[in-house]
Design a protein around this ligand. Structure first.
Ligand SMILES: [Zn+2]
Length: 228
């Protein structure tokens, strides 16, 4: 990983960013970013929320200051760390990222399974103008966070709520990850669960084994149940 920079991180929030020409590694937690409307307020030297997005009267809209679209992408920035960080992007970067995601989906690749080299650089917007944004390039790095530990990739609620519940507890699932997609019979999986979680009763361990077994293969994704 020596060729990558470290992400710059806010001490006050989960926000991360890069300075011009820096490249860092990241795995997207979701396909869809959070969309927010903002105003650039020159007198304050910062961006503020547009209240019209919350169906309220907006002082800055009323003053005729342009709305800006901001897209916050949830990303993982290191292997084994499922804490979601947020990369704020503009409309041009958002469009660019979504185009790349579409191509990957066309090739049966889930963008959220990949680690990207994310670079702060000038990219071309739809009007042919070069603006500062982020470019992303797929890498062969092993994914940082496996699917079972991520929220539903297509959920519109994404980072606001974790819209699933664990049928098999997460602490047990993490211990079973290395055996995912391997063939098991019910007894062997039951014994493995008892070995990884000795305090779980036989009855409950058996129910977990039944839940996680799909056509003779351990499928850790079945540990979760989605509420939608
Ligand atoms: Zn506004």
């Amino acid at each position: 990983m020596g060729r990558y920079s470290d992400w710059l991180q806010s001490p006050h929030s989960a926000r991360v960013w890069l300075q011009s020409s820096m490249t860092a590694a990241g795995q997207f937690a979701f396909v869809n970013p959070l969309h927010r409307l903002k105003h650039w307020v020159a007198s304050k030297g910062k961006r503020v929320d547009c209240w019209r997005q919350r169906d309220k009267e907006c002082f800055y809209c009323n003053k005729g200051i342009d709305q800006q679209h901001e897209y916050a992408y949830g990303i993982y920035i290191e292997k084994g760390n499922a804490e979601v960080k947020y990369l704020h992007t503009n409309l041009t970067t958002h469009t660019h990222i979504q185009n790349i995601f579409s191509e990957l989906f066309d090739n049966n690749l889930n963008p959220c399974d990949l680690v990207f080299a994310i670079e702060r650089k000038e990219i071309t917007n739809l009007n042919g103008v070069r603006v500062l944004g982020y470019d992303i390039a797929k890498t062969e790095e092993e994914m940082f966070v496996p699917e079972v530990l991520r929220p539903s990739p297509l959920s519109p609620f994404q980072n606001l709520v974790r819209d699933f519940k664990w049928i098999v507890p997460e602490e047990i699932v993490v211990k079973l990850l290395e055996h995912d997609s391997k063939p098991f019979n019910l007894i062997d999986l039951f014994l493995l669960i008892k070995q990884k979680a000795p305090k779980v009763s036989d009855k409950v361990a058996k129910s977990y084994a039944v839940r996680l077994l799909e056509n003779g293969v351990l499928d850790v994704k079945k540990a979760k149940e989605y509420r939608h």
